[in-house]
Design a binder for this molecule. Structure first.
Ligand code: MN
Length: 438
Protein backbone atom coordinates (compact mmCIF):
# COMPACT_ATOMS: atom_id res chain seq x y z
CA UNK A 1 0.00 0.00 0.00
CA UNK A 2 1.22 3.49 -0.75
CA UNK A 3 0.75 6.02 2.02
CA UNK A 4 1.59 9.71 1.77
CA UNK A 5 2.79 11.32 4.99
CA UNK A 6 2.19 15.08 5.06
CA UNK A 7 2.88 16.77 8.38
CA UNK A 8 2.32 20.16 9.97
CA UNK A 9 0.70 22.00 7.07
CA UNK A 10 -0.24 24.78 9.54
CA UNK A 11 -3.09 26.09 7.41
CA UNK A 12 -3.65 29.74 8.26
CA UNK A 13 -0.19 30.56 9.61
CA UNK A 14 0.86 34.18 8.86
CA UNK A 15 -2.73 35.04 7.96
CA UNK A 16 -2.97 38.73 7.09
CA UNK A 17 0.71 38.99 6.08
CA UNK A 18 2.65 38.77 2.83
CA UNK A 19 3.01 35.06 3.53
CA UNK A 20 -0.65 34.22 4.18
CA UNK A 21 -0.94 31.93 1.13
CA UNK A 22 2.24 29.95 1.83
CA UNK A 23 0.69 27.28 4.05
CA UNK A 24 -2.21 26.67 1.64
CA UNK A 25 -0.08 26.55 -1.52
CA UNK A 26 2.49 24.22 -0.01
CA UNK A 27 -0.03 21.94 1.73
CA UNK A 28 -2.16 21.76 -1.40
CA UNK A 29 0.85 20.93 -3.55
CA UNK A 30 1.75 18.03 -1.25
CA UNK A 31 -1.83 16.67 -1.15
CA UNK A 32 -2.29 16.82 -4.92
CA UNK A 33 1.15 15.31 -5.60
CA UNK A 34 0.29 12.46 -3.24
CA UNK A 35 -2.74 11.63 -5.40
CA UNK A 36 -0.70 11.96 -8.60
CA UNK A 37 1.86 9.55 -7.17
CA UNK A 38 -0.89 7.00 -6.60
CA UNK A 39 -1.28 7.20 -2.82
CA UNK A 40 -3.85 4.73 -1.44
CA UNK A 41 -4.20 6.75 1.74
CA UNK A 42 -2.89 10.00 3.23
CA UNK A 43 -1.66 10.35 6.79
CA UNK A 44 -1.47 13.76 8.48
CA UNK A 45 0.54 13.67 11.75
CA UNK A 46 -1.00 16.77 13.32
CA UNK A 47 -1.03 20.58 13.08
CA UNK A 48 -3.03 20.56 9.88
CA UNK A 49 -4.19 23.96 11.12
CA UNK A 50 -2.11 26.62 12.81
CA UNK A 51 -4.79 27.36 15.39
CA UNK A 52 -7.25 25.43 17.52
CA UNK A 53 -10.02 27.84 16.47
CA UNK A 54 -9.18 28.79 12.86
CA UNK A 55 -10.84 31.82 11.28
CA UNK A 56 -13.83 30.94 9.07
CA UNK A 57 -11.76 32.19 6.09
CA UNK A 58 -9.00 29.69 6.93
CA UNK A 59 -11.47 26.88 7.54
CA UNK A 60 -13.18 27.57 4.20
CA UNK A 61 -9.87 27.54 2.30
CA UNK A 62 -8.79 24.29 3.95
CA UNK A 63 -12.16 22.62 3.35
CA UNK A 64 -12.09 23.63 -0.28
CA UNK A 65 -8.58 22.13 -0.67
CA UNK A 66 -9.64 18.79 0.87
CA UNK A 67 -12.80 18.71 -1.21
CA UNK A 68 -10.74 19.26 -4.38
CA UNK A 69 -8.29 16.55 -3.31
CA UNK A 70 -11.19 14.10 -3.05
CA UNK A 71 -12.56 15.22 -6.43
CA UNK A 72 -9.14 14.88 -8.03
CA UNK A 73 -8.76 11.40 -6.57
CA UNK A 74 -12.23 10.34 -7.76
CA UNK A 75 -11.48 11.61 -11.26
CA UNK A 76 -8.09 9.93 -11.40
CA UNK A 77 -9.41 6.63 -10.09
CA UNK A 78 -12.74 6.81 -11.93
CA UNK A 79 -14.64 6.46 -8.69
CA UNK A 80 -12.91 3.25 -7.61
CA UNK A 81 -10.31 3.10 -4.90
CA UNK A 82 -8.24 -0.02 -5.48
CA UNK A 83 -10.58 -1.93 -3.22
CA UNK A 84 -9.40 -0.21 -0.04
CA UNK A 85 -11.33 -1.01 3.12
CA UNK A 86 -11.20 0.94 6.36
CA UNK A 87 -11.81 -1.27 9.40
CA UNK A 88 -13.42 -3.75 7.01
CA UNK A 89 -15.75 -1.25 5.33
CA UNK A 90 -15.15 -0.52 1.62
CA UNK A 91 -14.07 3.09 1.10
CA UNK A 92 -14.98 4.94 -2.08
CA UNK A 93 -12.93 8.02 -1.21
CA UNK A 94 -9.23 8.03 -0.44
CA UNK A 95 -8.78 7.62 3.32
CA UNK A 96 -7.23 10.78 4.77
CA UNK A 97 -6.28 10.03 8.35
CA UNK A 98 -5.28 12.84 10.69
CA UNK A 99 -4.34 13.20 14.31
CA UNK A 100 -4.71 16.60 15.94
CA UNK A 101 -1.50 18.41 16.79
CA UNK A 102 -0.56 20.65 19.69
CA UNK A 103 -1.82 23.66 17.74
CA UNK A 104 -5.28 22.07 17.45
CA UNK A 105 -5.46 20.72 20.97
CA UNK A 106 -8.69 21.59 22.81
CA UNK A 107 -10.38 20.33 25.94
CA UNK A 108 -12.26 17.11 25.19
CA UNK A 109 -15.60 18.86 25.72
CA UNK A 110 -14.85 21.08 22.73
CA UNK A 111 -14.55 20.32 19.05
CA UNK A 112 -11.10 20.69 17.54
CA UNK A 113 -10.73 21.66 13.86
CA UNK A 114 -9.73 18.10 12.85
CA UNK A 115 -13.03 16.90 14.30
CA UNK A 116 -14.84 19.65 12.36
CA UNK A 117 -13.23 18.39 9.16
CA UNK A 118 -14.26 14.86 10.09
CA UNK A 119 -17.84 16.03 10.57
CA UNK A 120 -17.73 17.45 7.04
CA UNK A 121 -16.67 14.00 5.76
CA UNK A 122 -13.31 15.27 4.54
CA UNK A 123 -11.02 13.16 6.72
CA UNK A 124 -10.88 10.73 9.64
CA UNK A 125 -9.71 11.88 13.06
CA UNK A 126 -7.47 9.27 14.65
CA UNK A 127 -7.04 9.39 18.41
CA UNK A 128 -6.52 6.36 20.63
CA UNK A 129 -8.60 3.99 18.46
CA UNK A 130 -6.57 2.14 15.83
CA UNK A 131 -7.55 1.99 12.19
CA UNK A 132 -6.83 -0.85 9.78
CA UNK A 133 -6.63 -0.28 6.03
CA UNK A 134 -6.71 -3.25 3.67
CA UNK A 135 -6.05 -3.35 0.00
CA UNK A 136 -7.35 -5.97 -2.38
CA UNK A 137 -4.32 -7.39 -4.03
CA UNK A 138 -4.18 -8.44 -7.69
CA UNK A 139 -2.45 -11.54 -6.41
CA UNK A 140 -5.05 -13.19 -4.16
CA UNK A 141 -2.33 -14.80 -2.03
CA UNK A 142 -0.66 -11.63 -0.75
CA UNK A 143 -2.49 -9.65 1.86
CA UNK A 144 -1.73 -5.98 2.18
CA UNK A 145 -3.05 -4.44 5.37
CA UNK A 146 -1.79 -1.44 7.31
CA UNK A 147 -2.59 -0.75 10.96
CA UNK A 148 -2.41 2.87 12.04
CA UNK A 149 -2.21 3.50 15.77
CA UNK A 150 -1.56 6.62 17.70
CA UNK A 151 -2.81 9.62 19.55
CA UNK A 152 -3.21 13.33 18.92
CA UNK A 153 -1.08 15.95 20.66
CA UNK A 154 -1.38 16.11 24.45
CA UNK A 155 0.53 18.26 26.99
CA UNK A 156 3.99 16.67 27.19
CA UNK A 157 3.66 15.59 30.80
CA UNK A 158 0.64 13.38 29.91
CA UNK A 159 2.18 11.73 26.85
CA UNK A 160 3.56 8.76 28.80
CA UNK A 161 0.18 8.16 30.44
CA UNK A 162 -1.42 7.95 27.01
CA UNK A 163 1.15 5.41 25.93
CA UNK A 164 0.61 3.35 29.05
CA UNK A 165 -3.18 3.38 28.66
CA UNK A 166 -3.21 0.26 26.51
CA UNK A 167 -4.26 1.76 23.18
CA UNK A 168 -1.36 0.28 21.37
CA UNK A 169 -1.61 -3.41 22.10
CA UNK A 170 -1.52 -6.11 19.45
CA UNK A 171 -0.71 -4.43 16.19
CA UNK A 172 -1.70 -7.28 13.89
CA UNK A 173 -1.77 -5.83 10.38
CA UNK A 174 0.89 -6.73 7.81
CA UNK A 175 2.52 -3.35 8.39
CA UNK A 176 1.96 -1.32 11.55
CA UNK A 177 2.49 2.39 11.97
CA UNK A 178 2.56 4.33 15.22
CA UNK A 179 1.87 8.05 14.80
CA UNK A 180 2.01 10.81 17.41
CA UNK A 181 2.68 14.53 17.81
CA UNK A 182 4.98 15.31 20.74
CA UNK A 183 8.30 16.84 21.70
CA UNK A 184 11.04 14.24 22.04
CA UNK A 185 13.67 14.37 24.76
CA UNK A 186 16.36 13.35 22.27
CA UNK A 187 15.75 16.49 20.23
CA UNK A 188 15.80 19.18 22.91
CA UNK A 189 18.92 20.56 24.62
CA UNK A 190 19.88 18.53 27.68
CA UNK A 191 18.87 20.03 30.97
CA UNK A 192 15.52 21.24 29.64
CA UNK A 193 12.16 19.87 30.74
CA UNK A 194 12.72 16.16 31.25
CA UNK A 195 9.00 15.45 31.53
CA UNK A 196 8.82 14.92 27.78
CA UNK A 197 8.57 11.66 25.89
CA UNK A 198 11.70 9.73 24.99
CA UNK A 199 12.06 7.30 22.09
CA UNK A 200 12.57 4.56 24.70
CA UNK A 201 8.96 5.15 25.88
CA UNK A 202 7.55 4.23 22.46
CA UNK A 203 5.65 0.95 22.29
CA UNK A 204 7.44 -1.89 20.53
CA UNK A 205 5.99 -4.16 17.87
CA UNK A 206 5.52 -1.53 15.15
CA UNK A 207 7.19 -1.44 11.76
CA UNK A 208 7.40 2.32 11.55
CA UNK A 209 7.01 5.36 13.81
CA UNK A 210 6.04 8.89 12.81
CA UNK A 211 6.20 12.03 14.95
CA UNK A 212 4.77 15.36 13.77
CA UNK A 213 5.36 18.54 15.79
CA UNK A 214 9.03 19.10 15.00
CA UNK A 215 9.32 21.24 11.89
CA UNK A 216 12.62 20.12 10.44
CA UNK A 217 13.23 16.68 8.99
CA UNK A 218 14.85 14.06 11.13
CA UNK A 219 15.22 10.29 11.17
CA UNK A 220 16.03 8.32 14.31
CA UNK A 221 17.04 4.65 14.25
CA UNK A 222 15.22 2.77 17.00
CA UNK A 223 15.50 -0.82 18.22
CA UNK A 224 16.21 -3.56 15.64
CA UNK A 225 16.50 -1.20 12.69
CA UNK A 226 13.05 0.30 13.20
CA UNK A 227 12.82 3.89 12.10
CA UNK A 228 11.23 6.96 13.64
CA UNK A 229 10.49 9.55 10.99
CA UNK A 230 10.00 13.21 11.75
CA UNK A 231 8.71 14.45 8.39
CA UNK A 232 8.98 18.15 9.30
CA UNK A 233 6.44 20.77 8.31
CA UNK A 234 5.41 21.66 4.75
CA UNK A 235 5.76 25.37 5.54
CA UNK A 236 8.49 27.36 7.32
CA UNK A 237 7.21 28.76 10.58
CA UNK A 238 10.10 29.31 13.02
CA UNK A 239 13.00 29.68 10.55
CA UNK A 240 15.70 27.54 12.17
CA UNK A 241 19.27 27.24 10.79
CA UNK A 242 18.68 23.59 9.78
CA UNK A 243 15.80 24.69 7.54
CA UNK A 244 18.01 27.15 5.66
CA UNK A 245 19.53 26.50 2.25
CA UNK A 246 22.18 29.15 2.92
CA UNK A 247 23.65 29.61 6.39
CA UNK A 248 25.98 32.54 7.04
CA UNK A 249 27.37 32.82 10.54
CA UNK A 250 30.15 34.19 12.69
CA UNK A 251 32.34 31.33 13.86
CA UNK A 252 32.46 31.67 17.66
CA UNK A 253 36.02 30.25 17.71
CA UNK A 254 37.76 32.75 15.48
CA UNK A 255 35.17 35.48 14.85
CA UNK A 256 35.32 34.91 11.07
CA UNK A 257 32.15 34.77 9.03
CA UNK A 258 31.56 31.50 7.20
CA UNK A 259 29.05 30.70 4.49
CA UNK A 260 27.54 27.24 4.20
CA UNK A 261 25.13 25.88 1.64
CA UNK A 262 23.07 23.21 3.31
CA UNK A 263 22.28 19.89 1.73
CA UNK A 264 18.83 19.09 0.45
CA UNK A 265 17.55 17.96 3.89
CA UNK A 266 16.93 21.63 4.70
CA UNK A 267 14.08 21.71 2.19
CA UNK A 268 10.44 21.02 3.03
CA UNK A 269 9.10 17.69 1.82
CA UNK A 270 6.40 15.13 2.31
CA UNK A 271 7.01 11.39 2.22
CA UNK A 272 5.70 8.50 0.16
CA UNK A 273 5.74 5.23 2.03
CA UNK A 274 5.45 1.96 0.14
CA UNK A 275 4.59 -0.48 2.91
CA UNK A 276 5.41 -3.64 0.95
CA UNK A 277 8.93 -2.39 0.19
CA UNK A 278 9.28 -0.84 3.66
CA UNK A 279 8.53 -4.20 5.26
CA UNK A 280 11.75 -5.53 3.64
CA UNK A 281 13.83 -2.41 4.24
CA UNK A 282 12.34 0.81 5.55
CA UNK A 283 14.80 2.98 3.64
CA UNK A 284 13.77 1.32 0.37
CA UNK A 285 10.12 2.02 1.02
CA UNK A 286 10.39 5.64 2.12
CA UNK A 287 10.94 8.53 -0.27
CA UNK A 288 11.00 12.29 0.39
CA UNK A 289 9.11 14.37 -2.19
CA UNK A 290 10.14 17.95 -2.70
CA UNK A 291 7.60 20.75 -2.30
CA UNK A 292 8.43 23.12 -5.12
CA UNK A 293 6.23 26.03 -4.06
CA UNK A 294 8.24 26.62 -0.86
CA UNK A 295 10.35 29.71 -0.33
CA UNK A 296 14.12 29.47 0.18
CA UNK A 297 15.41 30.43 3.61
CA UNK A 298 18.73 32.24 4.08
CA UNK A 299 19.90 32.32 7.68
CA UNK A 300 22.35 35.04 8.70
CA UNK A 301 23.69 34.93 12.24
CA UNK A 302 26.28 37.63 12.94
CA UNK A 303 28.04 38.21 16.23
CA UNK A 304 30.09 41.30 17.10
CA UNK A 305 32.56 42.15 19.81
CA UNK A 306 32.77 45.85 20.78
CA UNK A 307 31.82 46.92 17.27
CA UNK A 308 30.72 50.36 16.12
CA UNK A 309 27.08 50.66 15.03
CA UNK A 310 28.27 51.75 11.59
CA UNK A 311 30.43 48.64 11.23
CA UNK A 312 27.57 46.39 12.34
CA UNK A 313 25.20 48.03 9.83
CA UNK A 314 27.76 47.69 7.01
CA UNK A 315 28.46 44.05 7.82
CA UNK A 316 24.73 43.20 7.92
CA UNK A 317 24.25 45.00 4.61
CA UNK A 318 27.20 43.13 3.06
CA UNK A 319 26.05 39.67 4.13
CA UNK A 320 22.40 40.26 3.23
CA UNK A 321 23.56 41.25 -0.28
CA UNK A 322 25.79 38.15 -0.40
CA UNK A 323 22.91 35.87 0.65
CA UNK A 324 20.62 37.44 -1.93
CA UNK A 325 23.15 36.61 -4.65
CA UNK A 326 22.27 32.92 -4.17
CA UNK A 327 20.10 31.61 -6.94
CA UNK A 328 16.82 30.64 -5.26
CA UNK A 329 15.37 27.21 -6.04
CA UNK A 330 11.99 28.87 -6.23
CA UNK A 331 12.39 31.87 -8.51
CA UNK A 332 8.71 32.77 -8.39
CA UNK A 333 8.64 33.65 -4.71
CA UNK A 334 10.72 36.01 -2.60
CA UNK A 335 13.12 34.12 -0.34
CA UNK A 336 12.99 34.47 3.43
CA UNK A 337 15.92 36.00 5.29
CA UNK A 338 16.38 35.46 8.98
CA UNK A 339 18.90 37.98 10.34
CA UNK A 340 20.20 37.62 13.88
CA UNK A 341 22.61 40.14 15.34
CA UNK A 342 24.26 39.55 18.71
CA UNK A 343 27.29 40.57 20.75
CA UNK A 344 28.34 44.00 21.97
CA UNK A 345 28.67 47.56 20.68
CA UNK A 346 31.65 49.84 21.08
CA UNK A 347 32.03 51.92 24.21
CA UNK A 348 29.30 54.52 24.49
CA UNK A 349 27.15 53.24 21.62
CA UNK A 350 23.68 52.03 22.39
CA UNK A 351 22.19 48.95 20.73
CA UNK A 352 19.02 50.99 20.15
CA UNK A 353 21.09 53.06 17.68
CA UNK A 354 21.22 50.06 15.37
CA UNK A 355 18.24 50.44 13.04
CA UNK A 356 17.87 47.01 11.43
CA UNK A 357 14.44 47.83 10.02
CA UNK A 358 15.91 50.69 8.01
CA UNK A 359 18.76 48.45 6.81
CA UNK A 360 16.47 45.64 5.63
CA UNK A 361 13.88 48.07 4.27
CA UNK A 362 16.11 48.54 1.22
CA UNK A 363 15.69 44.88 0.32
CA UNK A 364 11.95 44.53 0.89
CA UNK A 365 11.27 43.97 -2.81
CA UNK A 366 13.84 41.16 -2.91
CA UNK A 367 13.12 39.16 0.25
CA UNK A 368 10.89 38.80 3.30
CA UNK A 369 12.86 39.53 6.44
CA UNK A 370 12.72 38.51 10.04
CA UNK A 371 15.36 40.38 12.05
CA UNK A 372 16.35 40.36 15.69
CA UNK A 373 19.17 41.85 17.73
CA UNK A 374 20.62 41.00 21.09
CA UNK A 375 23.33 43.57 21.54
CA UNK A 376 24.74 44.90 24.76
CA UNK A 377 26.56 48.20 25.11
CA UNK A 378 30.02 47.45 26.40
CA UNK A 379 31.40 50.08 28.75
CA UNK A 380 34.77 49.64 30.44
CA UNK A 381 33.02 48.58 33.63
CA UNK A 382 31.02 45.95 31.74
CA UNK A 383 34.16 44.66 30.03
CA UNK A 384 35.77 44.14 33.42
CA UNK A 385 32.64 42.36 34.63
CA UNK A 386 32.71 40.02 31.61
CA UNK A 387 36.37 39.24 32.30
CA UNK A 388 35.59 38.62 35.94
CA UNK A 389 32.67 36.35 35.00
CA UNK A 390 34.65 34.35 32.48
CA UNK A 391 37.38 33.89 35.07
CA UNK A 392 34.75 32.73 37.53
CA UNK A 393 33.36 30.22 35.05
CA UNK A 394 36.73 28.53 34.88
CA UNK A 395 36.80 27.94 38.64
CA UNK A 396 36.07 24.46 39.87
CA UNK A 397 32.86 23.86 41.79
CA UNK A 398 34.89 23.61 45.00
CA UNK A 399 36.68 26.89 44.42
CA UNK A 400 33.45 28.62 43.52
CA UNK A 401 31.89 27.29 46.73
CA UNK A 402 34.83 28.56 48.72
CA UNK A 403 34.58 31.96 47.05
CA UNK A 404 30.88 32.20 47.96
CA UNK A 405 31.62 31.21 51.56
CA UNK A 406 34.34 33.85 51.77
CA UNK A 407 31.97 36.51 50.45
CA UNK A 408 29.32 35.48 53.00
CA UNK A 409 31.80 35.55 55.86
CA UNK A 410 33.02 38.96 54.78
CA UNK A 411 29.49 40.33 54.76
CA UNK A 412 28.90 39.05 58.28
CA UNK A 413 32.08 40.69 59.62
CA UNK A 414 33.59 37.47 60.84
CA UNK A 415 36.83 37.81 62.85
CA UNK A 416 39.94 37.91 60.66
CA UNK A 417 41.35 34.78 62.27
CA UNK A 418 38.59 32.64 60.72
CA UNK A 419 39.96 30.29 58.12
CA UNK A 420 37.35 30.02 55.35
CA UNK A 421 39.17 27.21 53.56
CA UNK A 422 39.21 24.98 56.64
CA UNK A 423 35.56 25.77 57.35
CA UNK A 424 34.72 24.95 53.77
CA UNK A 425 36.48 21.60 53.89
CA UNK A 426 34.57 20.70 57.07
CA UNK A 427 31.33 21.65 55.27
CA UNK A 428 32.22 19.47 52.29
CA UNK A 429 32.89 16.53 54.61
CA UNK A 430 29.65 17.19 56.52
CA UNK A 431 31.55 17.67 59.81
CA UNK A 432 28.97 19.88 61.48
CA UNK A 433 30.38 19.43 64.99
CA UNK A 434 33.83 20.47 63.76
CA UNK A 435 32.35 23.62 62.29
CA UNK A 436 30.61 24.42 65.57
CA UNK A 437 33.94 23.93 67.40
CA UNK A 438 35.59 26.42 65.08
MN1 MN B 1 3.59 22.17 14.16
Amino acid sequence: MKIAVISDTHFGVFWGSERESDSFEQGKEALFKAIELGADAILLPGDVFDSKVPKPEVMAKAMSIFLKVHEFHAKKNTGKNNGITVNGIPSQAIPIIAIHGTHEMRHKEFTNPIQSMESAGLLTHLHMKPLVLSKQSEDENTSDSVGIFGFGGVPDKYAKQFLDSGIVKNPEADFNIFVFHQTLRELIPTGQDMDVLSTSDLPSGFDFYIDGHIHWRHEIELYSKKLLLIPGSTVLTQMKPNEAVVHIRTDPKNGKVTEKHNDSTARKVFFMLDTLKAKQDIHLGLKPMDIRSQRDLYYIDLSFDSAEIETITDECDKWVRKALESKPENQRKKPLVRLRVSGSTENGEKSSDLDLNHMIGKFSDQAIFSASKQLSAKSLKEKLEVLRQSHKEKLSVNELGLQILEECLEKRNYPQNQKPRELFELLVEGEISGILDE
